[in-house]
Design a binder for this molecule. Structure first.
Ligand code: NDP
Ligand code: MG
Length: 399
């Protein structure tokens, strides 16, 4: 008995980024409670075998790969299943608009923005793992949700924690929001050794199992920097109300401080299925197959202030928030390009922050660029330009 009796209707769900870490955890929860969900659409990128086998097992209406060159492979893998195959960016957006009650946005990177917006336009509840959408275009996401009446739910563990700590409270009573960071694999390294950090070392998270890109972003704290911006957009708090604490145990995910001095903390296992399941079942709480914490065994919980010299990405997040407009789109795109180049071995670990800072400074100096209206077209154009600038900055550094 799993304690999940009593839901009145089957929830129609679609998963964007189904083949990734968040997508697979979402499918794991659905597989354990199959009668409660009807899966409409799954999307993936290059992992055709996984996409096709999940689509077959879950009997979805459609499966979409982001890569048009892989459409034939997907068709072959789905032959005889009755699942429709499609490919390419337009097909991703179309799949996101198939009638559903709940859509998981778990594509990695700015590529998740357009499909997430398309889902929001239908009025479906959007569970947002893709933090890049809020960093690049927070105001546009919220405006779209307001216009259609769609609910936007956080999936990032810190934001799910804030959301839960805010339940039943009045927003005006909030004084500050604190999000925690593990500090990554380099939290205790001598700072002067950070340029030597290898790709393999940066890809090992001390506490969480996640996709490679977010794992490296955790090592550099670019992930936390993005989450600071995400906090501002999601909860409408000012930049000066947000704090980051290094918490190596990763059990307290966030705290909300109220004007009477009280701090409400969210404590949970480091298992993304808690935050995913909370969003999947919201506004109900249903049984989830996650570890029940034994705090006596955990012993002590420790917290410290992040050192600015170790984590320059945090300073850049505050700079982007203070700048406003499309600075978040510039920040994200320059970071994505710098991350590609670190993964490819073209730049050092510590150069990622230098590149982002240079691109932000350059593009801020160009009249009208960052202050252009926040439309999907302008965000996309700014994203492409920032990636180009990041490549130029890297070429100059190399030359
Ligand atoms: P993964 O890299 O594991 O998965 C990414 C997914 O996106 C895969 O389905 C991948 O397909 C697909 N994808 C990749 N590129 C594209 C593209 N250009 N167009 C469309 N789809 C694409 O990432 P995660 O699951 O780790 O992260 C997903 C999102 O959730 C990110 O925004 C991340 O920041 C956020 N997040 C993740 C957490 C985690 O624990 N993993 C925690 C909090 C937030 P394929 O693999 O088939 O190529
Ligand atoms: Mg997080």
């Amino acid at each position: 008995m799993n304690g999940n009796r009593g839901r009145a209707s089957v929830r129609r769900v679609s998963i964007l980024g189904a083949t990734g870490s968040i997508g697979q955890n979402t499918i794991d929860l659905i597989d354990r409670d199959r009668g409660a969900y009807d899966v409409i659409a799954l999307t993936g990128g290059r992992n055709i075998a996984r996409l096709a086998s999940d689509a077959r097992r879950l009997k979805t209406k459609v499966a979409v790969t982001a890569d048009p060159a892989l459409l034939d492979d997907l068709r072959t893998a789905l032959a005889g299943s009755g699942v429709e195959a499609a490919a390419g960016p337009a097909a991703l957006c179309e799949a996101a608009t198939r009638p559903a009650d709940w859509v998981m946005s778990a594509i990695v990177g700015a590529a998740g923005l357009a499909p997430g917006l398309a889902a929001l336009e239908t009025g479906a509840t959007l569970a947002l793992a893709n933090k890049e959408s809020l960093v690049c275009a927070g105001a546009l996401m919220l405006k779209t949700a307001r216009a259609s009446g769609a609910a936007l739910l956080p999936v990032d563990s810190e934001h799910s924690a804030i959301f839960q700590a805010l339940r039943g409270e009045h927003k005006d009573a909030v004084e500050r929001v604190i999000i925690t960071a593990s500090g990554g694999p380099f939290r205790d390294w001598p700072i002067e050794d950070l340029p030597k950090a290898s790709l393999a070392q940066a890809s090992q998270h001390p506490n969480w199992a996640m996709g490679q890109r977010i794992t490296i972003d955790s090592a550099s704290m670019f992930n936390k920097a993005m989450e600071v911006i995400e906090t501002r957009e999601f909860f409408g708090v000012r930049p000066d109300q947000i704090e980051v604490l290094v918490h190596p145990e990763s059990l307290v995910h966030a705290l909300v401080g109220y004007r009477d001095g009280g701090l409400i903390a969210h404590v949970g296992p480091h298992d993304m299925r808690h935050a995913i399941g909370f969003a999947l079942n919201w506004p109900e709480r249903r049984h989830l197959p996650v570890e029940r914490l034994d705090l006596a065994r955990a012993g002590s919980l420790t917290f410290r202030t992040p050192e600015p010299a170790r984590y320059p990405a945090l300073r850049l997040a505050w700079a982007a928030m203070e700048r406003g407009g499309l600075a978040g789109a510039v920040f994200n795109a320059a970071k994505e390009q710098a991350l590609d180049d670190f993964i490819a071995g073209r730049i050092l670990f510590t150069e990622m922050a230098d590149v982002v800072e240079d691109v932000l400074t350059q593009m801020d100096a160009e009249p009208g660029l960052i202050d252009a209206p926040m439309t999907l077209d302008n965000v996309t154009r700014t994203d492409h330009l920032a990636r180009q600038r990041a490549r130029n900055v890297m070429a100059e550094r190399a030359g």
